[in-house]
Design a protein around this ligand. Structure first.
Ligand code: GLY
Length: 387
């Protein structure tokens, strides 16, 4: 495993960084209690939005993390109000025809249930898990990410979906039904078999044959090109398999974790915050994706719970180095209302070879803010998962 000479975040620095983040969340609370926060900022300031994006769960997750840090009831009140909005969204089926039910409902509603005993949160999260199950494709054994179910041009899964699996594990454990975990097991098996290349890099998306269920081809949407490695997708791989290991203890998930982590580390630039695609590195005139580093740090801190003391120490050191870099050079210290927490994230950058809509390039991104706070909280406490 690659070793870095970089500085390591101390506990005092982590506490100060988390308190700065909490102060920014407090400042932004009036803007984003009746509304949600847009997926990405515009010149580092988030516009408000309706509760209709795949990213809307991250802001309530930040509020719950701020509540855990401070115990301040103002955070709990605002987060519970947002849980009502998420309940309405799943009841009315507003923009839920996609797989991102975990991204939406784990940090908002599972957190509301775990931290405040919210029955509304519990019920909404269970409905969201059922909604995700409707997207399972028997032919090929996977959750279809986007588009009309069964449509040949969208008959595919994406690496990001690993973060939606914990909602299924949680739902199954909560109501005592093994079918949720079984669908997750089948999806993760398909994903690990086809998304991870022999060198440990990952495809962003992977098409299956709707008639035979056989694998067809890997392709990118938000990465630079089909055979490069999208930096956030690789981080979803790192954290996603770690979380599936937590719930299932399947050794092949830990093995996959080590392979995707190894590639990730090899392709990092000197400051350990990747460019938006790992085809780029030091010296390239390309934007970073700071959110990828925070997601990877969470994966390292999760996996560190389950490995030998030596490996665990190595993972915690890597996470502390990544977090030092983000806290030192990327994190916002102060700014006007609506400002994000971490600069230099990239949502979707257009390339000559990819199919994404360009959005949020070199901006704050809501999941980047959330996972930065989660990673700092993990670093400082024995954190109970929202996932
Ligand atoms: N899950 C979509 C993204 O990471 O942009």
């Amino acid at each position: 495993m690659k070793i870095f000479p970089n500085p390591v975040l101390t506990r005092d620095q982590a506490a100060a960084a988390l308190d700065t983040a909490v102060a920014l969340v407090r400042q932004n609370l009036p803007l984003f209690t009746e509304h949600c926060q847009n997926h990405s900022s515009v010149n580092d300031i988030y516009p408000p939005c309706e509760n209709n994006q795949w990213t809307c769960g991250f802001w309530p997750g930040e509020i719950w993390l701020a509540y855990e840090r401070t115990g301040d009831e103002a955070f709990k009140t605002a987060a519970l109000k947002l849980a009502d909005s998420f309940s309405y969204r799943i009841e009315q089926k507003i923009d839920v025809d996609h797989h991102d039910m975990g991204f939406l409902y784990s940090p908002s509603c599972v957190a509301a249930w775990k931290l405040a005993g919210s029955e509304t949160g519990r019920r909404a999260a269970l409905m969201a898990a059922d909604q995700l199950c409707t997207r399972f494709q028997e032919k090929g054994s996977f959750f279809q990410a986007w588009g009309a179910l069964g449509a040949p041009d969208n008959y595919r899964f994406i690496i990001d979906c690993l973060l939606n699996m914990p909602l299924l594990y949680w739902a199954g454990e909560t109501i005592g039904d093994p079918r949720y975990a079984e669908l997750a097991r089948r999806h993760v098996a398909t994903c690990l078999a086809h998304s991870i290349r022999p060198d440990g890099s990952t495809y962003h998306t992977f098409f299956m044959d709707p008639v035979t269920g056989e694998p067809v081809r890997g392709a990118t949407c938000q990465g630079y090109k089909d055979d490069s490695c999208w930096a956030r997708g690789q981080a979803w791989g790192v954290y996603g398999v770690a979380l599936s290991y937590t719930y299932t203890r399947r050794p092949e998930y830990l093995d996959a974790f080590r392979r995707v982590l190894s590639y990730y580390l090899e392709r990092l630039p000197q400051d350990m915050v990747p460019y938006w695609d790992m085809i780029f590195t030091d010296g390239d005139e390309e934007p970073r994706d700071s959110s990828s580093a925070s997601i990877a740090a969470c994966g390292l801190l999760e996996a560190a719970k389950f490995v030998s003391p030596e490996e665990s120490e190595a993972y915690r050191t890597l996470a502390a180095q990544m977090l030092f870099s983000i806290a030192d050079k990327y994190a916002v210290q102060e700014g006007p209302a609506g400002i994000g927490l971490v600069r230099h994230g990239t949502y979707s950058k257009k390339s000559p070879y990819n199919t994404c809509t360009p959005e949020g390039v070199d901006e704050c991104v809501s999941w980047g803010d959330y996972f930065y706070m989660e990673a700092l909280t993990r670093f400082l406490t024995d954190w109970q998962l929202y996932w």
